[in-house]
Write a protein that binds this ligand. Structure first.
Ligand SMILES: [Cu+2]
Length: 310
């Protein structure tokens, strides 16, 4: 009788836990609160923001949902551990009942992880396919050329390496290169490197992709949806000045972008073209980062900066 009632109690406890977790999940879904509003309350669970492109928003939602799922599983498992520790703590020298081959238990802890992995895999595959999707007719095509240790951005008149460059912006040791792009348009990036492997990374895009030398042209597309200025970096250790290899993504309205392109096509420098679309004064240059002093004044990059006083 005693054994029976304790088993019944255990079943009831499991049922209540299941109901609680399911209920919490359902409540979360029904309450209509977006993953972004949840994520923003918790520092986006470590990500820089909710993203600045349609693709980034999808990755962000996947990330937040995966963290919430991990937390639910984690809290459930921690709960079981502490419950066992307290409920079955040592009370005497008598050996407790030794239970093995509890089939329902074995099936449960085999099937549950497989289910969790399957669900995570399903949503990951969907989001990844979406992020990697290429359109037939992108609105803008930008060739990203990485080299030790700068970036060049070429606005092209077509796809592939045989297309022509219409306008370009280029970085130097003294100037952070700008990548000016419009919101709401399909932008196709085609990557190529002049020397070693680099990696194009704008943290707010929640995305980075390696830039290879040779015949490999990595291609990806984004549709930006948030105007602003965002720092970009090289994310592949590529040599001495890897850390100095920065650029700035400037997202503007389509009208401003057209004006910028018109100014550049007319022969204006990048700062002048920036001024033409309303970024005057210091805003003509990068505002999210500044060139570092590379102290490239001798055989050793390590020596004291003797050029500073000159
Ligand atoms: Cu690099």
């Amino acid at each position: 009788m005693g054994a029976k009632s304790s088993a019944a109690r255990r079943r009831a406890a499991v049922r209540i836990t299941g109901l609680g977790l399911g209920g919490a999940g359902l409540l979360f879904l029904l309450s209509g609160c977006s993953l972004e509003s949840v994520g923003s309350k918790f520092g986006n669970f470590g990500w820089p923001s909710s993203g600045i492109s349609l693709q980034a928003h999808k990755m962000y939602d996947l990330w937040i949902a995966a963290v919430i799922a991990a937390l639910v599983v984690g809290i459930f498992v921690w709960g079981l551990i502490f419950w066992c520790v307290i409920r079955y703590r040592k009370r005497g020298d008598e050996l407790p009942v030794q239970t093995r081959f509890n089939m329902p238990m074995e099936v449960l802890y085999t099937v549950t992880p497989i289910l969790v992995v399957a669900v995570l895999f399903y949503y990951t595959a969907i989001v990844q396919t979406d992020v990697d999707k290429l359109s037939k007719n992108p609105d803008q095509i930008v060739q990203i050329t990485a080299f030790k240790w700068q970036w060049e951005f070429d606005y092209r008149d077509g796809m592939g390496k045989d297309a022509n460059t219409v306008v370009s912006t280029l970085g130097s040791a003294d100037v952070i290169p700008l990548l000016v792009l419009p919101t709401g348009e399909k932008i196709r990036f085609e990557e190529t490197s002049k020397d070693v492997i680099h990696s194009f990374w704008v943290p707010e895009l929640l995305f980075k992709r390696d830039v290879f030398p040779g015949s490999v042209r990595n291609v990806f597309e984004v549709t930006l949806d948030k105007e602003g200025r965002y720092v970009g970096r090289c994310a592949e250790l590529c040599g001495t000045y890897h850390a100095f290899m920065q650029f700035e993504l400037v997202i503007v309205s389509p009208a401003q972008f057209d004006q910028f392109m018109a100014a550049k096509k007319g022969g204006a420098s990048t700062p002048d073209a920036m001024a033409a679309i309303g970024f005057t004064g210091d805003k003509r240059f990068a505002v999210t980062s500044k060139p570092f002093n590379t102290r490239r004044n001798g055989q050793s990059w390590n020596q004291a900066n003797t050029a500073a006083g000159k």
